[in-house]
Design a protein around this ligand. Structure first.
Ligand code: NAP
Length: 318
């Protein structure tokens, strides 16, 4: 496993991490034994960065991680998020007020069975929160007290990431970055690298598309509460599948699978410290972690960028 410094936090993170959204059943039914096997495998192969959120299964993923990490909490750099309301009358809305974040942070700590969080991320705040939110004072206070070591944002729009870097308060930015979504490489990643803001590349497999295993038929299996149901359907899905076919050329020599190439693509950018593919079981985790050994040839990286410039630009946000 290769380790990189996560921006100015100085944390040494594995270039391949683990995203735990899948463990809360957002990609179809899960069972805890499988999820736990993915977490065990991660630690066995040297993965030390795990990302979660209180939004995943309304706390389910955090609670499972809390159980899984009992007795070995210090082996991982644990990142969670808050700001999305998952229960009660305001379900579906966001709240980045200091009082709300303060409350849900305590709840996350309890579910994760830990006294400290290595990274606390605001979960998709808008530019106004990033630029003027009172929540930053709270985060600074909780950092001084040792409840959180560092804090940052997970963002959707490029301008939000740029605002986070320019604002100077965010230690990290988590953003979707993959072979099909290369917008971050245009401005955000170089800016973050210069400012020593750590970049966490999320959705590196474009929710499984970039494993190359999907076919048009798969849309039949995506039930309404599956995150893939909305976009992985009809013409939109057919277009994405056609793009994936054009990327298969990267699988050759030491690159044994498109999934590994897709993960390696993320950390081929020097601004990226860690890519966080989801892994539903130990097998996926091991395959993803092995991507750490892959260095894609420069010519292939250039071709992937050309394809993106020539029409890959993504037609939807995950
Ligand atoms: N707004 C935010 O902050 C936000 C949003 C999205 C994600 N995230 C974070 O980013 C993480 C990763 O994103 P993601 O889970 O949405 O998407 P992803 O990592 O691109 O895709 C994960 C899915 O791909 C499939 N997969 C993974 N490894 C595989 C392998 N080796 N072979 C075959 N299939 C494989 C699995 O689904 P199947 O087995 O069902 O195919 C898995 O659930 C999340 O877990 C979360 O931590 C954050």
């Amino acid at each position: 496993m290769e380790y990189r410094t996560l921006g100015r936090t100085g944390l040494k993170v594995s270039v391949v991490g683990l995203g735990t959204m899948v463990h809360a059943g957002h990609f179809g039914p899960m069972n805890d034994a499988e999820s736990l096997s993915a977490i065990d495998a991660a630690l066995e192969v040297g993965v030390n960065f795990i990302d979660t959120s209180d939004a995943y299964g309304a706390g389910y993923s955090e609670a499972l991680l809390g159980k899984a990490l009992k007795g070995r909490r210090d082996k991982v750099i644990l990142a969670t998020k808050g700001g999305n309301i998952m229960v009660g009358p305001n379900k579906g809305q966001t709240d980045f007020s200091a009082s709300y974040i303060d409350r849900v942070m305590v709840e996350s700590l309890k579910r994760l069975q830990t006294d400290w969080l290595d990274l606390y991320q605001l979960h998709n705040p808008n530019a106004e929160v990033i630029e003027r939110g009172e929540v930053w004072e709270l985060l600074a206070r909780r950092k001084r007290e040792g409840k959180i070591r560092y804090y940052g944002v997970s963002i959707n729009k490029m301008e939000e990431g740029v605002a986070a870097v320019r604002g100077g308060r965010s230690d990290t930015v988590q953003v979707e970055y993959n072979m099909l979504v290369q917008e971050p490489a245009q401005e955000l990643l170089p800016l973050a690298q210069k400012a020593e803001v750590g970049i966490i590349a999320r959705v590196p497999l474009r929710r499984g598309l970039l494993t190359g295993k999907m076919t048009a038929d798969d849309q039949k299996h995506f039930k309404a509460d599956d995150v893939r149901a909305r976009n992985f359907a009809g013409e939109l899905f057919a277009k994405e599948l056609a793009k994936v076919e054009l990327l298969r050329f990267v699988v050759k020599g030491p690159v044994r699978s498109l999934a590994q190439a897709a993960i390696a693509f993320c950390f081929a950018h020097p601004a990226v410290s860690v890519a966080i593919p989801g892994a539903r079981n130990a097998g996926q985790m091991r395959e993803n972690a092995a991507a750490a050994d892959i260095r894609l040839p420069l010519a292939d990286l250039r071709r992937v960028e050309e394809l993106w410039r020539g029409g890959f630009r993504s037609s939807f946000n995950t």
